[in-house]
Design a protein around this ligand. Structure first.
Ligand code: NAD
Length: 484
């Protein structure tokens, strides 16, 4: 199943498909390394037109005048549109991002789920009344910021856009989305979905451009009211700086170096499933990947034997040939990303951590890397501290509970953490001490769209997902009335 895909993809600005002022960029197929399609590249003038269109929609009041239930139904309709087109979208996502087809299908379903959830939430954003004594009536309103600027990473291009777009539209904002240069194509279906759901031209603008050009221009634009950024720490710093200069709030969803603590009483049979999802899903290119396992010394050798066998059992190859859920993994997004991960593994070997499984690139076209397990890792090593953003698991032993927590908390990041034990007291004590925005007990990725997600430390600030995310997209106005 290879399928033909369009040779050229345009941006969507003010309800029209548009060429890019900065020309085109070639999108490569990570499974072959060959060009796949061309994408229009926006320049500053394109960004300007998109922001102007979104402002016009916001200031017209069309989105805010609508009863929230109506807006919510439109948001939900966008999700249904994605599901109706799942068989078209998933192969394109696989071809542009390298992930197995079954993972691409999960991503499309996950994107649709955001529209379902936030569509449902649209009519729940209520203010409160504040008693001020006789002679006053006081109440709060939650109003949309206006124009939401959203900068999207390449690892889940469709789902990350869906996450911000659904909550922003549900709360009545107009949006300008800057898609990732490496895999921008499937975002076109979000523009089509907005059109199909009945959003007016200009309410949703989706454009691709270089981060340093279109991305920077969008974040510095005086016509935006709020920024949502998902991506790396260095870009997060640039965006927070732009937001500060522009005096607009910004949400930063950044990287991670997340750890699972595996106690001596943990169910290792079940844990193998967590490892499989935790570090080899999307070839490890997941912000909340289980990139470290901190295992009790009594179970260390057994765990190493099992994870290395698991790593070796995964069949690695073109995502388009991997339609069924199973023991397989696709390509990484780019040659650069793959080579960086391989060189981090070589660096760790030089620092004294042996590779127990994988560690090398595959000898075939495309940007493949073997599922990798590093042992003998110590907390001070680069591989234990820096995000690889690849299929590389670092395993470290511990002997005492406090030591395990200290290792888990010992990086600059704090996105997620996990505890695996049959002892609920031990798990809840760990949950309160782990410095992370989410703690998983006995299941990595437990939770869903309903549960708040975001980082401590260098993993960023603000929360996406759950009801918490709604407050990113509204500001509170207080109305105090002297009644007598
Ligand atoms: P990146 O920071 O390189 O790029 C992200 C986006 O920012 C791209 O669209 C890029 O064009 C844009 N950009 C780059 N420079 C810019 C600038 N100066 N101004 C405005 N926009 C700019 O990140 P990436 O490599 O695409 O994604 C991988 C990173 O994202 C990893 O660190 C990963 O952990 C993180 N991530 C975090 C989450 C989360 O929810 N916490 C989710 C997915 C990915």
């Amino acid at each position: 199943m290879t399928g033909q895909i369009d040779a050229y993809w345009r941006n969507y600005i003010d309800g029209k498909w548009a060429d890019g002022g900065a020309g085109r960029i070639t999108v490569d197929d990570p499974a072959t390394g060959e060009p796949l399609a061309e994408q229009a590249l926006a320049d500053e003038a394109d960004v300007d037109r998109a922001v102007a269109a979104a402002r016009r929609v916001h200031e017209s009041g069309v989105l805010t005048a609508m009863r929230p239930v109506e807006r919510g139904r439109m948001v939900q309709a966008m999700g249904r549109f994605l599901l109706d087109h799942l068989d078209e979208i998933a192969p394109v996502l696989t071809r542009e991002a390298g992930k197995p087809l079954w993972e691409a299908r999960i991503e499309v379903e996950g994107a649709a789920r955001y529209f379902e959830y936030y569509g449902n939430q649209a009519e729940t954003v209520e203010g409160r009344s504040i008693p001020l004594g006789a002679g006053y009536l006081d109440f709060t309103l939650h109003e949309p910021y206006g124009v939401s600027a959203q900068i999207i990473p390449w690892n889940y291009p469709l789902e990350m856009t869906a996450r911000s777009l659904s909550a922003a539209l549900a709360t009545g904002n107009a949006c300008v989305v800057k898609t990732p240069e490496l895999d921008p194509l499937t975002n076109a279906w979000l523009a089509r979905a907005a059109e199909w759901a009945g959003f007016p031209p200009g309410a949703v603008n989706i454009l691709c451009g270089l981060g340093s050009q279109a991305g920077a221009a969008l974040c510095a634009h005086p016509g935006i009211d709020q920024i949502v950024f998902t991506g790396s720490v260095p870009t997060g710093i640039a965006i927070a700086t732009a937001a500060a200069r522009n005096i607009v709030p910004c949400i930063l969803e950044l990287g991670g170096k997340s750890a699972a603590i595996v106690h001596d009483d943990a169910d290792l049979d079940a844990f193998m499933n967590d490892v499989r999802w935790g570090i080899w899903f999307n070839a490890g290119q997941v912000c909340s990947a289980m990139s470290r396992v901190i295992v009790h010394e009594k179970r260390h050798d057994e765990l190493i034997d099992r994870v290395t066998a698991l790593a070796a059992s995964l069949s690695v190859g073109p995502g388009i040939e991997r339609g069924e859920f199973g023991a397989n993994m696709g390509a990484m997004i780019s040659e650069r990303q793959r080579d960086r991960a391989v060189s981090m593994v070589s660096g760790a070997e030089r620092e004294g951590a042996p590779t127990a499984a994988g560690g090398r690139k595959l000898n075939r076209p495309g940007w493949f890397m073997e599922p990798t397990v590093m042992t003998g890792v110590t907390p001070d090593m680069t591989i234990a501290r820096e995000e690889v953003f690849g299929p590389v698991l670092s395993v470290m032993p511990f002997s005492g509970h406090d030591e395990a927590i200290a290792i888990a908390n010992g990086t600059d990041y704090g996105l997620v953490a996990g505890v695996f034990t049959r002892d609920l007291d031990r798990a809840t004590r760990a949950a309160s001490r782990l410095r992370a925005g989410q703690v998983f007990v006995n299941e990595w990725y437990a939770g869903g769209v309903e549960t708040p997600f975001g980082g401590y430390g260098k993993s960023g600030y603000g929360r996406e997902k759950g009801r918490e995310a709604l407050w990113n997209y509204v500001q509170t106005k207080n109305v105090a009335i002297k009644t007598a």
